[in-house]
Structure formats: structure tokens, C-alpha cells
Design a protein around this ligand. Structure first.
Ligand code: ATP
Ligand code: MG
Length: 142
């Protein structure tokens, strides 16, 4: 799957605001294809484990609270060079710093409530995809 797939999450702020469809349309327009998707309300344990790498950061508690505040939408996306392409498409963590036309510039509220997650490496994309999906849930690459 390296290079071809990445894992994204439409976060609870964007999902609750009814922006999921617009975000998916935006990404499809840019050539991403949805290969697995679900709607789920993360538990404290799930959000804590997903963001375990940030456990020591000052925003960790607030981040876990935000990510458990309502349903979100994890998806596996396919595109050539998917990880780098999606990082470019979503823009900087803080929407105030994000380039024009990026998902976060268009749809994020703040640095924390920033609409969307994207894996930052092929290794993490694989790990994060397995966090939410069984291998049989992911539609095979072209
Ligand atoms: P993501 O991992 O969600 O794709 P990212 O890689 O741009 O985003 P990270 O540094 O991995 O950002 O932080 C993970 C998430 O934690 C961010 O997307 C954001 O929701 C939140 N976050 C990051 N930095 C801060 C901060 N300084 N204050 C509040 N929340 C933050
Ligand atoms: Mg990150």
C-alpha cells in the first residue's frame, strides 16, 4: 500500500457542521478516491491511542476531548503519492497559516478544530488505516 494510500479523518468539527460532503467532493476533485470509509464516535481510549504520539504535548487532553466530542469520518484514500499529496491538499495545521484553496483554509475553525487529519508518512498511513479498518474493508488499488 506504500505510496498509494493514506488515512484521513474528517474531524468532529467539520462532520458536525455538515461539511463532510464538501470535503470529500473537494478531495475527489483533486484525484483522491475513497477506498474505505466509516462514521464513528471515538471513545476516550481510541482517541488517546490514536494520538499517543502527542501524549506529552500540552494540547493532548484538549485534543482527545475534541476528537471524542462527536462523530468523525475515517477514510482510506488512494492516489499516487497519497501521503504527500494529501498533506499538501489539507494545508498547515493552523488554518490561519494554510495556503488558499486547502481544506483547512476553506473549512477549519482553529488550530485544534482543524477539520481534517492526514497521515504524515507511509508507515503511519499503514498503521492508522489498520487502526480503523480491516484489510478486507479496503478496496484494492487499481
Ligand atoms: P493531523 O495529525 O491531525 O493531520 P498535523 O499533523 O497538522 O495534524 P499535529 O502536530 O500532528 O498536526 O497535531 C495533531 C492535531 O493536534 C492537530 O491536527 C490539531 O488538531 C491538534 N493540535 C496541534 N497543535 C496544536 C496546538 N498548538 N493547540 C491545539 N491543538 C493542536
Ligand atoms: Mg500529525
Amino acid at each position: 500500500m506504500a505510496g498509494t494510500y493514506t488515512l484521513t479523518i474528517i474531524k468532529p468539527d467539520a462532520f458536525a457542521a455538515g461539511k463532510a460532503g464538501k470535503i470529500i467532493a473537494h478531495l475527489e476533485q483533486q484525484g483522491f478516491r475513497v477506498r474505505a470509509a466509516r462514521v464513528m464516535h471515538l471513545s476516550q481510549d481510541q482517541a488517546g491511542e490514536f494520538y499517543a504520539v502527542h501524549r506529552e504535548r500540552p494540547f493532548y487532553g484538549s485534543l482527545v476531548k475534541f476528537m471524542t466530542s462527536g462523530p468523525c469520518m475515517p477514510m482510506v484514500l488512494e492516489k499516487d503519492n497519497a501521503v504527500a499529496a494529501l498533506r499538501t491538499a489539507i494545508g498547515a495545521t493552523d488554518p490561519a497559516q494554510a495556503d488558499a484553496g486547502t481544506v483547512r483554509k476553506l473549512y477549519a475553525e482553529s488550530k485544534e478544530r482543524n477539520a481534517i487529519h492526514a497521515s504524515d508518512s507511509d508507515e503511519n498511513a499503514e498503521r492508522e488505516a489498520r487502526f480503523f479498518f480491516a484489510e478486507s474493508d479496503v478496496i484494492a488499488a487499481r
